[in-house]
Design a protein around this ligand. Structure first.
Ligand SMILES: Cc1ncc(COP(=O)(O)O)c(C=O)c1O
Length: 354
């Protein structure tokens, strides 16, 4: 590594996202994308937005989108800030609330991007282990923390912490609580009402999962107006491009398409969980568009790393984590269409010769 880098950058490993194959023909069950197309209205509006208006900058205040979000989620536009994916909002949050050596807490294992973002800022990452059932860790409220992240539902376990427990956590922690609800539309419900009760709470949402718009990079943060106005100072002024704004507004106008796709995914998830359990996997109770499955005792002769490779040879991608040890011998499988999940199950049945 060149000597010119800051020591924390030189030291860090960097985030490795799930594989995006360069060839066609894979069944992609590795990065929690939605297998169904986005809203037809969004696609239509995008086509009509492709003209010479692209020479103009987008609206830096995302005025129309924030008003639409306010209507859909019954909050005020000044409680909303939008980002180039929720990843950008995570970045803005860290830069807004934590400086060098400040503590940033998250339960572990969780979304793998929190740690590199914390390291880039030179803050101190404080992981607190989840118990094996992924219930809320009792010691998550760390004295002096500037930020606590809680992905809910959690990745990669898919497990969900009930509203009342998150509400109690807001009152116990120092600093801000970020409830990262990337997968909330596949769950029993989210925590938006907390922003009116607790001024230290930020709710994060994304259009990458339930809205099938991962390629457009659209995220939202909801919080008290005072929190949002501070974060506004940190964001890039033109962070959401013109086309993303158009797609996001249309997708919200046609929110039923998202709800219908999410409902289909939940049904497929239940079927996948049932069959994986019959095959000898332990599957955590998921409220997301993926499941985490560990090879159980009945599958003692097999290894998740090998299954991952053998599935890839059959052009089926799932996620395997060789780190941390907590995820050893596990596969994380995104929910595809029914046909894709049938192909996966048939392949697994052959590989473990059941
Ligand atoms: C928990 C969690 N938060 C945030 C993100 C980032 O989503 P986006 O595509 O909006 O940047 C992901 C993506 O996988 C995620 O799993």
């Amino acid at each position: 590594m060149s000597e010119f880098f800051r020591p924390n950058i030189a030291r860090m490993r960097g985030y490795v996202p799930g594989e995006q194959p360069q060839e066609e023909g894979y069944i992609k069950l590795n990065t929690n994308e939605n297998p169904y197309p986005p809203s037809p209205l969004a696609l239509e509006r995008l086509r009509t937005a492709l003209d010479d208006r692209l020479r103009l900058y987008p609206d830096p205040n995302a005025h129309a989108l924030r008003h639409k979000l306010a209507e859909v989620f019954t909050i005020n536009p000044d409680q909303i800030i939008v980002g180039n994916g929720s990843d950008e909002l995570l970045n803005i949050i860290i830069r807004s609330f934590a400086g060098e050596d400040d503590k940033i807490v998250y339960p572990n294992p969780t979304y793998g991007y929190y740690k590199p973002l914390i390291e880039i800022q030179g803050a101190e990452a404080v992981p607190v282990d989840f118990p094996d059932n992924y219930a809320l860790p009792p010691n998550l409220a760390v004295p002096g923390a500037r930020i606590t992240f809680l992905a809910n539902p959690n990745g990669p376990s898919g497990t969900h912490i009930p509203y009342r427990e998150v509400a109690a956590l807001c009152q116990r922690i120092d600093g801000v609580l970020v409830v990262d609800e990337a997968y909330v539309d596949f769950s029993a419900g989210g925590c938006i009402p907390l922003i009116d009760k607790y001024p230290n709470t930020i709710i994060l949402r994304t259009m990458s999962k339930s809205f099938s718009l991962a390629g457009m990079r659209i995220g939202f943060a909801f919080a008290a107006a005072e929190i949002v106005s501070g974060m506004w100072k940190v964001k890039d002024h033109y962070n959401l491009n013109r086309l993303s704004l158009v797609a996001a507004e249309a997708a919200l106008e046609d929110i039923d398409t998202m709800r219908c796709n999410a409902a289909r995914i939940c049904l497929t998830r239940e079927r996948l969980c049932k069959r994986l359990t019959e095959l000898g996997f332990f599957v955590w109770d998921s409220q997301a568009n993926f499941v985490l499955a560990r090879l159980g005792e009945d599958l003692a002769g097999y290894a998740a790393a090998t299954l991952h490779r053998q599935l890839k040879e059959r052009r089926i991608l799932v996620r395997y984590f060789d780190d941390p040890p907590r995820l050893s011998n596990c596969l994380r499988i995104s929910i595809g269409t029914d046909a894709e999940i049938d192909t996966l199950l048939t392949a697994l049945e052959e590989l473990i010769s059941i």
